[in-house]
Design a protein around this ligand. Structure first.
Ligand SMILES: Cc1cc2nc3c(=O)[nH]c(=O)nc-3n(C[C@H](O)[C@H](O)[C@H](O)COP(=O)(O)OP(=O)(O)OC[C@H]3O[C@@H](n4cnc5c(N)ncnc54)[C@H](O)[C@@H]3O)c2cc1C
Length: 474
Protein backbone atom coordinates (compact mmCIF):
# COMPACT_ATOMS: atom_id res chain seq x y z
CA UNK A 1 0.00 0.00 0.00
CA UNK A 2 1.19 3.57 -0.73
CA UNK A 3 2.98 5.47 1.98
CA UNK A 4 1.31 8.63 3.35
CA UNK A 5 3.18 11.95 3.26
CA UNK A 6 3.09 13.81 6.57
CA UNK A 7 4.59 17.18 7.43
CA UNK A 8 7.54 17.01 9.77
CA UNK A 9 8.21 19.37 12.65
CA UNK A 10 11.00 21.07 10.68
CA UNK A 11 8.68 21.71 7.72
CA UNK A 12 10.00 18.78 5.63
CA UNK A 13 8.04 15.67 4.82
CA UNK A 14 8.13 12.11 6.11
CA UNK A 15 6.51 9.13 4.36
CA UNK A 16 4.64 6.88 6.75
CA UNK A 17 3.88 3.31 5.76
CA UNK A 18 0.22 2.35 5.94
CA UNK A 19 1.20 -0.27 8.54
CA UNK A 20 2.40 2.52 10.90
CA UNK A 21 -0.93 4.27 10.51
CA UNK A 22 -2.87 1.03 11.05
CA UNK A 23 -0.79 0.40 14.16
CA UNK A 24 -1.65 3.88 15.47
CA UNK A 25 -5.34 3.29 14.75
CA UNK A 26 -5.29 -0.01 16.67
CA UNK A 27 -4.03 1.79 19.80
CA UNK A 28 -6.81 4.40 19.83
CA UNK A 29 -10.29 4.37 21.31
CA UNK A 30 -11.42 7.38 19.24
CA UNK A 31 -11.49 7.50 15.43
CA UNK A 32 -8.40 8.31 13.36
CA UNK A 33 -9.61 10.39 10.42
CA UNK A 34 -7.28 10.72 7.43
CA UNK A 35 -7.42 13.08 4.45
CA UNK A 36 -10.25 11.86 2.23
CA UNK A 37 -12.07 9.89 4.96
CA UNK A 38 -15.73 10.52 5.79
CA UNK A 39 -15.96 13.16 8.51
CA UNK A 40 -12.58 14.70 7.58
CA UNK A 41 -13.98 18.08 6.48
CA UNK A 42 -16.03 18.48 9.64
CA UNK A 43 -13.14 17.42 11.89
CA UNK A 44 -10.72 19.92 10.30
CA UNK A 45 -13.15 22.85 10.25
CA UNK A 46 -12.60 25.82 12.51
CA UNK A 47 -14.57 28.97 13.29
CA UNK A 48 -12.59 31.33 11.04
CA UNK A 49 -13.43 30.72 7.37
CA UNK A 50 -10.09 32.33 6.39
CA UNK A 51 -8.30 29.19 7.56
CA UNK A 52 -8.07 26.47 4.92
CA UNK A 53 -5.41 24.19 6.40
CA UNK A 54 -5.61 20.48 5.64
CA UNK A 55 -3.95 18.11 8.11
CA UNK A 56 -2.92 14.61 7.04
CA UNK A 57 -4.52 12.94 10.06
CA UNK A 58 -6.86 13.82 12.89
CA UNK A 59 -7.16 11.79 16.09
CA UNK A 60 -10.60 12.40 17.54
CA UNK A 61 -9.50 11.67 21.10
CA UNK A 62 -11.97 9.99 23.42
CA UNK A 63 -9.79 9.62 26.48
CA UNK A 64 -6.49 10.76 27.95
CA UNK A 65 -4.86 7.57 26.63
CA UNK A 66 -5.66 8.66 23.05
CA UNK A 67 -3.97 12.01 23.72
CA UNK A 68 -0.90 10.27 25.08
CA UNK A 69 -0.77 7.87 22.13
CA UNK A 70 -1.02 10.81 19.72
CA UNK A 71 1.74 12.82 21.41
CA UNK A 72 4.07 9.79 21.49
CA UNK A 73 3.36 9.02 17.83
CA UNK A 74 4.10 12.60 16.77
CA UNK A 75 7.33 12.74 18.80
CA UNK A 76 8.60 9.33 17.66
CA UNK A 77 8.01 10.14 13.97
CA UNK A 78 9.05 13.80 14.27
CA UNK A 79 5.77 14.99 12.77
CA UNK A 80 4.02 18.32 13.19
CA UNK A 81 1.19 18.29 15.70
CA UNK A 82 -1.56 20.70 16.69
CA UNK A 83 -4.33 20.59 19.29
CA UNK A 84 -7.95 21.47 18.63
CA UNK A 85 -10.20 22.54 21.49
CA UNK A 86 -13.22 24.60 20.44
CA UNK A 87 -11.60 25.59 17.12
CA UNK A 88 -12.28 29.29 17.79
CA UNK A 89 -8.78 30.70 17.60
CA UNK A 90 -8.70 33.60 15.13
CA UNK A 91 -5.33 32.36 13.76
CA UNK A 92 -6.71 28.85 13.25
CA UNK A 93 -4.00 27.45 15.51
CA UNK A 94 -5.99 24.28 16.10
CA UNK A 95 -5.04 22.94 12.68
CA UNK A 96 -1.59 22.22 11.24
CA UNK A 97 -1.24 21.86 7.50
CA UNK A 98 -0.16 18.37 6.51
CA UNK A 99 0.46 17.19 10.07
CA UNK A 100 -1.42 15.47 12.88
CA UNK A 101 -4.27 17.14 14.79
CA UNK A 102 -5.27 15.99 18.26
CA UNK A 103 -8.95 16.88 18.29
CA UNK A 104 -10.39 17.16 21.80
CA UNK A 105 -13.90 18.10 20.74
CA UNK A 106 -15.47 14.72 21.55
CA UNK A 107 -14.31 15.06 25.16
CA UNK A 108 -16.99 17.26 26.71
CA UNK A 109 -17.51 15.91 30.22
CA UNK A 110 -18.03 18.30 33.15
CA UNK A 111 -17.98 17.12 36.77
CA UNK A 112 -19.27 19.63 39.31
CA UNK A 113 -18.50 19.35 43.02
CA UNK A 114 -21.13 21.76 44.35
CA UNK A 115 -19.94 21.46 47.96
CA UNK A 116 -16.36 22.36 47.10
CA UNK A 117 -17.48 24.82 44.41
CA UNK A 118 -15.23 23.33 41.76
CA UNK A 119 -15.73 21.76 38.35
CA UNK A 120 -13.44 19.54 36.33
CA UNK A 121 -14.03 19.98 32.62
CA UNK A 122 -12.56 18.03 29.73
CA UNK A 123 -10.78 20.24 27.24
CA UNK A 124 -13.18 19.60 24.35
CA UNK A 125 -15.84 21.55 26.25
CA UNK A 126 -17.26 24.78 24.98
CA UNK A 127 -18.02 27.57 27.43
CA UNK A 128 -21.71 26.71 27.07
CA UNK A 129 -21.06 23.12 28.18
CA UNK A 130 -19.55 24.30 31.44
CA UNK A 131 -22.18 27.01 32.04
CA UNK A 132 -25.06 24.58 31.56
CA UNK A 133 -23.69 22.04 34.03
CA UNK A 134 -22.53 24.49 36.68
CA UNK A 135 -25.76 26.54 36.53
CA UNK A 136 -27.69 23.44 37.63
CA UNK A 137 -26.11 24.21 41.00
CA UNK A 138 -26.43 28.01 40.83
CA UNK A 139 -22.68 28.21 40.19
CA UNK A 140 -20.52 29.47 37.33
CA UNK A 141 -16.91 29.41 36.21
CA UNK A 142 -15.31 32.67 35.10
CA UNK A 143 -15.42 32.18 31.31
CA UNK A 144 -15.96 34.28 28.15
CA UNK A 145 -18.76 35.96 26.18
CA UNK A 146 -19.64 33.51 23.38
CA UNK A 147 -20.88 30.08 24.38
CA UNK A 148 -19.40 28.15 21.45
CA UNK A 149 -15.81 29.17 22.25
CA UNK A 150 -13.59 26.39 23.58
CA UNK A 151 -12.60 26.47 27.24
CA UNK A 152 -9.12 25.17 26.47
CA UNK A 153 -7.74 27.87 24.20
CA UNK A 154 -9.55 30.59 26.14
CA UNK A 155 -8.25 29.47 29.53
CA UNK A 156 -4.69 28.77 28.41
CA UNK A 157 -4.42 32.24 26.86
CA UNK A 158 -5.82 34.05 29.92
CA UNK A 159 -9.56 34.41 29.40
CA UNK A 160 -12.05 37.12 30.30
CA UNK A 161 -15.83 37.49 30.38
CA UNK A 162 -18.72 38.91 32.38
CA UNK A 163 -17.29 37.61 35.70
CA UNK A 164 -13.75 38.87 35.19
CA UNK A 165 -14.20 42.17 37.01
CA UNK A 166 -15.13 40.26 40.14
CA UNK A 167 -12.84 37.21 39.93
CA UNK A 168 -9.95 38.00 37.56
CA UNK A 169 -8.63 36.41 34.40
CA UNK A 170 -10.11 32.96 33.81
CA UNK A 171 -6.68 31.52 34.57
CA UNK A 172 -6.73 33.21 38.00
CA UNK A 173 -9.65 30.92 38.84
CA UNK A 174 -8.06 27.64 37.73
CA UNK A 175 -7.05 25.26 40.51
CA UNK A 176 -5.29 22.61 38.50
CA UNK A 177 -4.80 21.10 35.09
CA UNK A 178 -3.98 17.60 33.90
CA UNK A 179 -1.35 17.66 31.16
CA UNK A 180 0.24 15.25 28.70
CA UNK A 181 3.83 16.45 28.31
CA UNK A 182 6.06 16.39 25.24
CA UNK A 183 7.95 13.37 26.61
CA UNK A 184 4.71 11.43 27.02
CA UNK A 185 4.02 11.75 30.75
CA UNK A 186 0.69 12.50 32.37
CA UNK A 187 1.20 15.14 35.08
CA UNK A 188 -0.86 17.44 37.23
CA UNK A 189 -0.09 21.14 37.39
CA UNK A 190 -1.24 23.22 40.34
CA UNK A 191 0.26 25.55 42.97
CA UNK A 192 1.49 22.38 44.77
CA UNK A 193 2.45 20.10 41.88
CA UNK A 194 4.73 21.28 39.08
CA UNK A 195 4.12 24.94 39.98
CA UNK A 196 6.39 26.22 37.20
CA UNK A 197 4.32 24.41 34.59
CA UNK A 198 1.14 25.71 36.24
CA UNK A 199 2.50 29.26 36.10
CA UNK A 200 3.26 28.92 32.38
CA UNK A 201 -0.04 27.26 31.46
CA UNK A 202 -1.95 30.19 32.93
CA UNK A 203 -1.49 32.43 29.92
CA UNK A 204 1.26 30.68 27.96
CA UNK A 205 -1.18 28.90 25.61
CA UNK A 206 -0.56 25.43 24.23
CA UNK A 207 3.23 25.71 24.45
CA UNK A 208 3.92 23.25 27.24
CA UNK A 209 1.77 20.18 26.68
CA UNK A 210 -1.71 18.96 25.86
CA UNK A 211 -4.10 19.82 28.66
CA UNK A 212 -6.71 17.11 29.12
CA UNK A 213 -8.73 18.44 32.10
CA UNK A 214 -9.09 21.83 33.75
CA UNK A 215 -10.29 22.24 37.33
CA UNK A 216 -12.10 25.57 37.83
CA UNK A 217 -13.20 27.39 40.96
CA UNK A 218 -16.92 28.11 40.80
CA UNK A 219 -18.84 31.08 42.15
CA UNK A 220 -22.50 31.57 43.06
CA UNK A 221 -24.09 33.26 40.02
CA UNK A 222 -27.71 33.43 38.86
CA UNK A 223 -29.52 31.44 37.67
CA UNK A 224 -31.26 34.81 37.15
CA UNK A 225 -29.20 37.93 36.48
CA UNK A 226 -29.86 41.31 34.89
CA UNK A 227 -28.31 41.50 31.45
CA UNK A 228 -28.70 42.18 27.76
CA UNK A 229 -28.20 45.25 25.63
CA UNK A 230 -29.55 48.60 24.53
CA UNK A 231 -28.98 50.12 21.06
CA UNK A 232 -29.02 53.69 19.76
CA UNK A 233 -28.43 55.09 16.28
CA UNK A 234 -24.82 56.15 15.73
CA UNK A 235 -25.89 59.81 15.46
CA UNK A 236 -25.95 59.65 19.27
CA UNK A 237 -22.70 57.69 19.58
CA UNK A 238 -20.66 60.43 21.28
CA UNK A 239 -23.27 61.00 24.00
CA UNK A 240 -23.88 57.28 24.45
CA UNK A 241 -20.19 56.48 24.74
CA UNK A 242 -19.70 59.26 27.29
CA UNK A 243 -22.58 57.75 29.27
CA UNK A 244 -20.92 54.32 28.87
CA UNK A 245 -17.58 55.68 30.13
CA UNK A 246 -19.17 57.09 33.30
CA UNK A 247 -21.37 54.04 33.80
CA UNK A 248 -18.44 51.64 33.54
CA UNK A 249 -16.29 53.85 35.76
CA UNK A 250 -18.89 53.75 38.57
CA UNK A 251 -20.03 50.16 38.06
CA UNK A 252 -19.63 47.74 40.98
CA UNK A 253 -17.48 44.66 40.25
CA UNK A 254 -20.64 42.56 39.80
CA UNK A 255 -21.41 44.63 36.72
CA UNK A 256 -19.55 44.43 33.41
CA UNK A 257 -20.15 46.80 30.52
CA UNK A 258 -19.32 46.35 26.85
CA UNK A 259 -19.71 48.94 24.08
CA UNK A 260 -19.74 48.28 20.35
CA UNK A 261 -20.23 50.30 17.18
CA UNK A 262 -21.43 48.33 14.16
CA UNK A 263 -24.11 48.16 11.49
CA UNK A 264 -27.32 46.88 13.10
CA UNK A 265 -27.71 43.14 12.49
CA UNK A 266 -31.13 41.81 11.39
CA UNK A 267 -31.93 40.78 14.96
CA UNK A 268 -35.62 40.47 15.93
CA UNK A 269 -35.18 42.96 18.78
CA UNK A 270 -34.11 45.72 16.39
CA UNK A 271 -36.74 47.31 14.10
CA UNK A 272 -36.44 46.44 10.39
CA UNK A 273 -35.85 50.04 9.34
CA UNK A 274 -32.71 50.13 11.51
CA UNK A 275 -31.12 46.96 10.07
CA UNK A 276 -27.85 47.82 8.33
CA UNK A 277 -27.67 51.32 9.85
CA UNK A 278 -24.76 52.14 12.10
CA UNK A 279 -25.66 51.73 15.78
CA UNK A 280 -23.93 51.96 19.11
CA UNK A 281 -24.63 49.16 21.57
CA UNK A 282 -24.14 48.94 25.30
CA UNK A 283 -24.16 45.40 26.70
CA UNK A 284 -24.37 44.84 30.43
CA UNK A 285 -24.32 41.92 32.80
CA UNK A 286 -25.02 42.39 36.51
CA UNK A 287 -24.67 39.26 38.63
CA UNK A 288 -25.56 40.71 42.03
CA UNK A 289 -29.11 40.77 43.45
CA UNK A 290 -31.57 41.24 40.55
CA UNK A 291 -33.55 44.07 42.17
CA UNK A 292 -30.31 45.99 42.66
CA UNK A 293 -29.41 45.26 39.03
CA UNK A 294 -32.70 46.59 37.76
CA UNK A 295 -32.09 49.85 39.61
CA UNK A 296 -28.55 50.08 38.25
CA UNK A 297 -29.54 49.61 34.61
CA UNK A 298 -32.58 51.95 34.71
CA UNK A 299 -30.49 54.95 33.69
CA UNK A 300 -29.16 53.11 30.63
CA UNK A 301 -32.61 52.07 29.49
CA UNK A 302 -33.96 55.61 29.78
CA UNK A 303 -30.95 57.28 28.16
CA UNK A 304 -31.80 59.23 24.97
CA UNK A 305 -33.91 57.44 22.37
CA UNK A 306 -32.90 53.78 22.11
CA UNK A 307 -33.86 51.87 18.95
CA UNK A 308 -33.80 48.53 20.74
CA UNK A 309 -33.67 47.29 24.32
CA UNK A 310 -33.29 43.73 25.65
CA UNK A 311 -31.67 44.68 28.94
CA UNK A 312 -33.73 42.75 31.48
CA UNK A 313 -33.87 39.89 33.94
CA UNK A 314 -32.73 36.71 32.20
CA UNK A 315 -30.91 33.50 32.96
CA UNK A 316 -27.15 33.62 33.14
CA UNK A 317 -27.02 30.87 30.50
CA UNK A 318 -29.03 33.04 28.08
CA UNK A 319 -26.74 36.01 28.75
CA UNK A 320 -23.75 33.81 27.94
CA UNK A 321 -25.12 32.99 24.48
CA UNK A 322 -26.54 36.41 23.63
CA UNK A 323 -23.72 37.17 21.15
CA UNK A 324 -23.50 33.71 19.57
CA UNK A 325 -25.56 34.52 16.48
CA UNK A 326 -23.30 37.46 15.63
CA UNK A 327 -20.24 35.18 15.39
CA UNK A 328 -21.22 32.27 13.12
CA UNK A 329 -18.70 29.60 12.18
CA UNK A 330 -17.31 29.78 8.65
CA UNK A 331 -17.50 33.55 8.08
CA UNK A 332 -14.21 35.32 7.31
CA UNK A 333 -12.67 37.09 10.31
CA UNK A 334 -9.69 39.32 11.01
CA UNK A 335 -9.05 41.14 14.30
CA UNK A 336 -6.71 43.73 15.71
CA UNK A 337 -6.64 44.27 19.43
CA UNK A 338 -5.01 46.13 22.32
CA UNK A 339 -5.44 46.40 26.06
CA UNK A 340 -6.38 49.89 27.22
CA UNK A 341 -5.66 51.53 30.59
CA UNK A 342 -9.08 53.24 30.51
CA UNK A 343 -11.36 55.30 28.32
CA UNK A 344 -8.85 58.09 28.04
CA UNK A 345 -9.42 61.53 26.46
CA UNK A 346 -9.62 61.42 22.68
CA UNK A 347 -10.55 57.79 22.34
CA UNK A 348 -14.32 58.20 21.90
CA UNK A 349 -14.09 60.21 18.64
CA UNK A 350 -11.62 57.62 17.30
CA UNK A 351 -13.96 54.73 18.13
CA UNK A 352 -16.73 56.52 16.24
CA UNK A 353 -14.50 57.49 13.30
CA UNK A 354 -13.35 53.92 12.73
CA UNK A 355 -16.80 52.49 13.45
CA UNK A 356 -18.15 54.71 10.65
CA UNK A 357 -15.56 53.30 8.22
CA UNK A 358 -16.53 49.60 8.59
CA UNK A 359 -16.42 47.73 5.29
CA UNK A 360 -18.95 45.01 6.10
CA UNK A 361 -22.34 44.71 7.83
CA UNK A 362 -20.81 42.19 10.28
CA UNK A 363 -17.80 44.18 11.50
CA UNK A 364 -17.50 46.13 14.73
CA UNK A 365 -15.29 48.12 17.02
CA UNK A 366 -15.80 46.82 20.57
CA UNK A 367 -14.64 47.71 24.07
CA UNK A 368 -14.86 45.04 26.78
CA UNK A 369 -14.53 46.16 30.38
CA UNK A 370 -12.05 44.19 32.51
CA UNK A 371 -10.94 46.28 35.46
CA UNK A 372 -11.23 44.90 38.97
CA UNK A 373 -9.86 41.68 40.43
CA UNK A 374 -7.27 41.09 37.73
CA UNK A 375 -5.60 44.42 38.57
CA UNK A 376 -5.13 43.36 42.20
CA UNK A 377 -2.50 40.66 41.52
CA UNK A 378 1.15 41.29 40.63
CA UNK A 379 2.19 41.03 36.98
CA UNK A 380 4.34 38.00 37.82
CA UNK A 381 1.43 36.05 39.36
CA UNK A 382 1.12 33.91 36.21
CA UNK A 383 2.12 34.06 32.57
CA UNK A 384 -0.92 36.05 31.45
CA UNK A 385 0.35 39.30 33.05
CA UNK A 386 -1.25 42.50 31.72
CA UNK A 387 -2.44 43.45 35.20
CA UNK A 388 -2.71 47.08 34.09
CA UNK A 389 -5.44 46.33 31.55
CA UNK A 390 -8.82 47.98 32.17
CA UNK A 391 -10.43 47.34 28.76
CA UNK A 392 -9.84 45.25 25.68
CA UNK A 393 -10.26 47.08 22.39
CA UNK A 394 -11.14 44.71 19.57
CA UNK A 395 -11.35 45.94 16.00
CA UNK A 396 -13.19 42.96 14.60
CA UNK A 397 -13.66 42.62 10.86
CA UNK A 398 -16.10 39.95 9.68
CA UNK A 399 -17.29 39.45 6.10
CA UNK A 400 -18.57 36.80 3.72
CA UNK A 401 -16.64 36.85 0.44
CA UNK A 402 -12.98 36.24 -0.33
CA UNK A 403 -13.20 39.17 -2.78
CA UNK A 404 -13.62 41.50 0.18
CA UNK A 405 -10.59 40.22 2.12
CA UNK A 406 -8.25 43.12 1.46
CA UNK A 407 -10.78 45.92 2.14
CA UNK A 408 -11.76 44.39 5.48
CA UNK A 409 -8.26 43.51 6.60
CA UNK A 410 -7.03 46.98 5.67
CA UNK A 411 -9.90 48.56 7.62
CA UNK A 412 -8.90 46.64 10.76
CA UNK A 413 -5.20 47.32 10.33
CA UNK A 414 -5.53 51.04 9.63
CA UNK A 415 -8.00 51.55 12.51
CA UNK A 416 -5.63 49.70 14.81
CA UNK A 417 -2.59 51.71 13.68
CA UNK A 418 -4.51 54.89 14.45
CA UNK A 419 -5.70 53.72 17.89
CA UNK A 420 -2.60 51.93 19.07
CA UNK A 421 -1.40 55.01 20.95
CA UNK A 422 -4.23 54.45 23.48
CA UNK A 423 -2.86 51.00 24.42
CA UNK A 424 -1.23 49.91 27.68
CA UNK A 425 1.41 48.46 25.34
CA UNK A 426 0.01 45.00 26.02
CA UNK A 427 -2.18 42.81 23.86
CA UNK A 428 -4.24 39.65 24.29
CA UNK A 429 -2.46 36.54 23.00
CA UNK A 430 -5.80 34.94 22.09
CA UNK A 431 -6.79 37.81 19.80
CA UNK A 432 -3.57 37.78 17.73
CA UNK A 433 -4.00 37.01 14.05
CA UNK A 434 -1.95 34.61 11.97
CA UNK A 435 0.73 37.03 10.83
CA UNK A 436 1.37 38.65 14.21
CA UNK A 437 4.83 37.47 15.23
CA UNK A 438 7.48 37.79 17.90
CA UNK A 439 7.09 41.54 18.58
CA UNK A 440 3.40 40.99 19.35
CA UNK A 441 4.24 37.93 21.48
CA UNK A 442 6.61 40.14 23.48
CA UNK A 443 3.84 42.75 23.82
CA UNK A 444 1.43 40.08 25.04
CA UNK A 445 3.79 38.71 27.71
CA UNK A 446 5.94 41.71 28.61
CA UNK A 447 8.28 40.92 31.51
CA UNK A 448 6.93 37.37 31.81
CA UNK A 449 8.40 36.37 28.46
CA UNK A 450 11.84 35.39 29.81
CA UNK A 451 10.37 33.02 32.38
CA UNK A 452 8.12 31.49 29.72
CA UNK A 453 11.19 30.67 27.63
CA UNK A 454 12.79 28.93 30.65
CA UNK A 455 9.65 26.88 31.27
CA UNK A 456 9.44 25.98 27.58
CA UNK A 457 13.07 24.79 27.69
CA UNK A 458 12.28 22.53 30.62
CA UNK A 459 8.92 21.08 29.48
CA UNK A 460 9.22 21.09 25.69
CA UNK A 461 12.92 21.46 24.79
CA UNK A 462 12.45 20.19 21.22
CA UNK A 463 9.47 22.49 20.62
CA UNK A 464 7.11 19.62 19.78
CA UNK A 465 4.20 21.96 20.56
CA UNK A 466 4.90 24.74 18.11
CA UNK A 467 1.58 25.24 16.30
CA UNK A 468 0.55 28.02 18.66
CA UNK A 469 1.74 31.53 19.44
CA UNK A 470 5.08 29.92 19.88
CA UNK A 471 7.62 30.50 22.61
CA UNK A 472 10.75 28.99 21.13
CA UNK A 473 13.08 27.29 23.62
CA UNK A 474 15.99 29.22 22.05
C1 LIG B 1 -16.50 34.29 18.69
C2 LIG B 1 -15.38 34.36 19.68
C3 LIG B 1 -15.60 34.90 20.91
C4 LIG B 1 -14.55 34.97 21.83
N1 LIG B 1 -14.79 35.51 23.06
C5 LIG B 1 -13.81 35.52 23.97
C6 LIG B 1 -14.06 35.99 25.28
O1 LIG B 1 -15.15 36.40 25.61
N2 LIG B 1 -13.04 35.98 26.17
C7 LIG B 1 -11.81 35.52 25.84
O2 LIG B 1 -10.93 35.51 26.70
N3 LIG B 1 -11.54 35.08 24.60
C8 LIG B 1 -12.51 35.07 23.67
N4 LIG B 1 -12.25 34.61 22.42
C9 LIG B 1 -10.89 34.23 22.07
C10 LIG B 1 -10.63 32.81 22.50
O3 LIG B 1 -10.19 32.81 23.82
C11 LIG B 1 -9.58 32.15 21.61
O4 LIG B 1 -10.05 32.17 20.29
C12 LIG B 1 -9.24 30.74 22.03
O5 LIG B 1 -8.07 30.34 21.37
C13 LIG B 1 -10.36 29.79 21.72
O6 LIG B 1 -10.13 28.55 22.27
P1 LIG B 1 -10.55 27.23 21.47
O7 LIG B 1 -10.28 26.08 22.34
O8 LIG B 1 -11.91 27.40 20.92
O9 LIG B 1 -9.50 27.34 20.29
P2 LIG B 1 -8.75 26.31 19.36
O10 LIG B 1 -8.66 27.01 18.05
O11 LIG B 1 -9.32 24.96 19.38
O12 LIG B 1 -7.35 26.24 20.06
C14 LIG B 1 -6.52 27.35 20.10
C15 LIG B 1 -5.15 26.95 20.52
O13 LIG B 1 -5.19 26.67 21.91
C16 LIG B 1 -4.32 25.63 22.22
N5 LIG B 1 -5.09 24.49 22.75
C17 LIG B 1 -6.39 24.18 22.53
N6 LIG B 1 -6.71 23.11 23.24
C18 LIG B 1 -5.62 22.74 23.92
C19 LIG B 1 -5.33 21.72 24.85
N7 LIG B 1 -6.23 20.85 25.23
N8 LIG B 1 -4.08 21.65 25.34
C20 LIG B 1 -3.12 22.52 24.97
N9 LIG B 1 -3.34 23.50 24.10
C21 LIG B 1 -4.57 23.62 23.59
C22 LIG B 1 -3.61 25.24 21.00
O14 LIG B 1 -2.41 25.98 20.79
C23 LIG B 1 -4.60 25.64 19.93
O15 LIG B 1 -4.02 25.74 18.71
C24 LIG B 1 -13.27 34.51 21.49
C25 LIG B 1 -13.06 33.96 20.23
C26 LIG B 1 -14.10 33.89 19.33
C27 LIG B 1 -13.84 33.33 17.99
Amino acid sequence: MAAVAIRKLDGGEVKLEQSAIDDLRSKLRGPLVCLGDAGYEQARSVWNGMIGRRPAMIIRCLGTADVLTGVNFAREHGIAISVKGGGHNISGLAICDGGLVLDMSLRRGVWVDAAKRTAIAQTGCTLGDVDRETQLHGLAACLGFVSKTGIAGLTLGGGFGYLTRKFGWTTDTVRSMEVVTADGRLVRASEEENPDLFWGLRGGGGNFGVVTNIEYMLFPVGPEIVGGGVAWLAEDADRVLEMFRDLAHNAPPEMTCVAAIRPAPPAPWLPKEVHGKLIVLVLVCYTGPVREGEKLVASIKSFGSPVGDILQRRTYVSQQSLLDATQPEGRRYYWKSEYLPGITPGIIPKLIEHGRRVQSPHSMVALFQLNGALNDLPGSHSAVGNRDAHYVLNIAAAWDSENDDSANIEWARSSWRDMRSFSTGGTYINFLTEEEGSDRLQAAYGQNFTRLVEIKRKWDPTNLFRVNKNITPG
